[in-house]
Design a protein around this ligand. Structure first.
Ligand SMILES: C[S@@+](CC[C@H](N)C(=O)[O-])C[C@H]1O[C@@H](n2cnc3c(N)ncnc32)[C@H](O)[C@@H]1O
Length: 217
């Protein structure tokens, strides 16, 4: 993409829409990591990232709700001269409803979760999007300063499917490995790194400590 376009998107003030935006360093990091261009990408929530991804991707899907009068992010993005509208498809409505109902046909090289932040909503989005992320694809999770989102990233970074590349400001960048996809219709909890580590620590405790711990709980 043109350097000038990235600069113009970064130049939009942080209150360009009222729903909260990622920082400029995150926009620059996305542009750097996706410099070769994307065939299919997806994000939840909308804002400056949508403008940016409309220039990086040939097919960008945005799940977001109409927030007129309460942030105005969707109206601002739609009206912006910095949006390349032909490559962007908006799926309007609460992601709690739209994402589970969506029939995904693409293999995404990039997915960003920055819609509703309360637990369990980013987890719900992840649940329906992760099976469609291609090996080596990027998963970007914003707002790791929120404890429940930090836990989510902590779980992901220990999963064989993901490698944590970096945390830029409050945004985590993970990359899909070539490990098998956790079967979305089965139960593989014991294969997940986060659970394995916890199980190992518990196994190391002497029985008397384990009993005391259980009584306390
Ligand atoms: C933090 S903003 C996204 C900022 C954007 N990534 C940027 O860099 O400017 C959160 C977005 O999620 C949207 N949103 C909030 N709750 C939602 C929900 N339940 N379903 C869909 N979108 C939602 C808001 O309207 C807003 O567009």
């Amino acid at each position: 993409m043109e350097k000038e376009t990235l600069a113009a998107i970064c130049a939009l003030p942080n209150d360009w829409h009222g729903a909260g935006t990622v920082s400029d360093v995150v926009l620059v990091a996305i542009a750097r990591r996706c410099a070769e261009g994307l065939t299919h990408s997806v994000e939840t929530g909308t804002g400056r990232t949508t403008l940016l991804l409309s220039h990086l991707s040939r097919d960008h899907t945005v799940f977001t709700k109409q927030d007129r009068g309460n942030g105005d992010s969707l109206d601002r993005v739609r009206a912006s001269w910095l949006l390349a509208p032909d490559v962007v498809r908006f799926v309007e409505g609460p992601t709690q409803i739209t994402v589970p109902r969506h029939a995904f046909a693409e293999r995404f090289e990039f997915a960003m979760l920055d819609g509703p932040h309360a637990f369990p909503f980013p987890y719900v989005e992840y649940c329906y999007i992760y099976p469609h992320i291609a090996p080596e694809g990027l998963l970007v999770v914003d707002d790791v300063q929120i404890p429940t989102i930090r836990v989510m990233v902590d779980i992901l970074r220990q999963d064989p499917m993901w490698r944590l590349l970096e945390v830029v400001g409050q945004t985590a960048f993970l990359q899909r490995t070539d490990a098998p996809t956790v079967d979305p219709l089965e139960d593989g909890w014991s294969l997940q790194g986060y659970n394995r580590r916890k199980a190992r620590l518990r196994d190391l405790l002497p029985p008397v400590v384990k009993r005391a711990w259980h009584r306390l709980r």
